[in-house]
Design a protein around this ligand. Structure first.
Ligand SMILES: [Fe+2]
Length: 170
């Protein structure tokens, strides 16, 4: 999507960020590309471009969180761990919009600098800590399901008693 040769890598991709679910890894890479693109736009003088990349990143983050939650949901039914994760996603969007709103009277570059710092810290921590643990539990539950049950049910290890149903129709 982006021409990496002209983009600052304030947040370089590395293998510690791999959670092991290809769709999620692919979307995390796009989010990181967008953060790097936003940082690159800081040196330019175009508030139009800065706003464009910021809006693109916010929209993509929303789309990604929805994808992730659809992957987790069948394996974490009525699970506080899942609900917490959902709340964290929602607060991320609220937080970046709040930073942008609060700093409305400052130069846009300063606001975006603050947002880029927040994004890098938040996303690195969220992927390495929360997403990786959830992906690992989801992968285990998918692998330990009996073949006949895989299409409809899963259970989260280590709590085998927590059975959950796939929301998708058979
Ligand atoms: Fe997440």
């Amino acid at each position: 999507m982006n021409d990496q040769s002209h983009t600052f890598q304030v947040f370089p991709w590395n293998d510690n960020l791999v959670v092991g679910i290809p769709k999620i890894d692919e979307q995390h890479r796009v989010l990181i590309d967008l953060i790097n693109e936003l940082a690159t736009q800081l040196v330019g003088d175009s508030s139009v471009e800065l706003n464009r990349v910021f809006d693109e990143l916010t929209a993509y983050a929303n789309y990604h969180f929805e994808t992730e939650e659809n992957i987790w949901a069948p394996c974490f039914v009525d699970d506080e761990w899942f609900f917490n994760h959902q709340r964290t996603h929602a607060s991320f969007i609220d937080d970046i919009l709040a930073i942008k709103e609060q700093d409305n009277d400052r130069p846009l570059q300063q606001t975006v600098e603050k947002i880029v710092g927040f994004l890098v810290r938040w996303l690195a921590y969220h992927i390495i800590d929360s997403d990786k643990r959830m992906a690992s539990a989801a992968i285990t539950s998918m692998a330990t399901r009996p073949p006949m049950a895989r299409a409809t049910t899963c259970s989260r290890s280590p709590s085998a008693s927590r059975a959950c149903s796939d929301r998708s129709p058979p």
